[in-house]
Design a protein around this ligand. Sequence first.
Ligand code: TYM
Length: 337
Amino acid sequence: MDETVKKKVMLSGIKPTGDLTLGSYLGAIRNWKERAEQYDCYYFMADLHALTTRNDPALLRRRTLEQLAQYLACGLDPEKNTLFLQSHVPAHAELGWVLNCYTMFGELSRMTQFKDKAAKNADNINGGLFTYPALMAADILLYQPDYVPVGEDQKQHVELTRDVAQRFNNLYGETFKIPEPFIPKVGARIMDLLDPVSKMSKSDEVGNGRVCIMDKPEDILRKFKRAVTDSETGRCVYYDPEKKPGVANLMQIYSACTGKSFPEIEAEFDGKGYGVFKPAVGEAVVETLRPIREEAERIIRDKAYLEKIYRDGAERASYVAARTLRKVYKKVGLVQK
Ligand code: TYM
């Protein structure tokens, strides 16, 4: 590529609120690593976002570093991608405050994730949980990205980011690039194996419905053998997410791990029952995750290496973020230092 042509920018983040799941991998990280040559990429641990729910402080610290190790193990090259911790770049919290003042109460009230989380954490519906999308808009807009690769569940937040950016641009003139969500065709919404109408979530209780990147092969196989399907017999492996959500989810996972299309999967398991299909999906997941787990276990032991990466990343990210923040402060009328 001609180095003088400015690359398009991509940015995304994950909250370190739980062990990364197969959903975070297939819906997000897997689609990031291929982009490094073509785009200027920023990926961060959304540790400030993690504070919207209660965490054990030592566990949050450990998970944040483990998440960085897992990003690296998934193939994100720190030379080609800017990898950092959100809390190390103060501009996120600073622009987050400004954008809070340009995000409407009604908009925030409509966010389905807020409604879900408020229902699940009735004893801790804090202000941060409510205004979280304004901080997420700041995370994004600071880097002026063209694309934000996320799973289906984050699309609404990226759309709100676009509305807030547009509102700001209308008031003060061109300031923010309007980003596009970038949703993968397969794997954008991986469901819980035991409850296939609910998203597989890293923050839920540890259970057999959730597969984590760091799970041992025998645990992964056991979880897939127990996955909920339906009572159909005979020709039972075909794609119908309405009537057969469990099978549709397993087909999504199998397709994402093997690259096979739905018709190819239907042909492969034609006449075979779930007793053959479910372990085959489990094996495909084991083989997809095995190299990642082994590499992450190696990297997590090298604390000095991780520290170097997140320090370098924060320095690079801060430089870009500070430029946007300066522009915004000036436009809204804050006196420049
Ligand atoms: P989070 O941490 O809940 O999820 C991280 C990413 O993984 C995707 N994902 C899934 N994809 C498919 N199937 C699933 N079951 C599944 N579960 C999670 C999510 O869509 C997401 O892409 N608010 C964000 C983090 C964030 C962010 C940002 C993302 C903060 N600032 C700026 C992009 C840009 C969140 O809570 O994601």
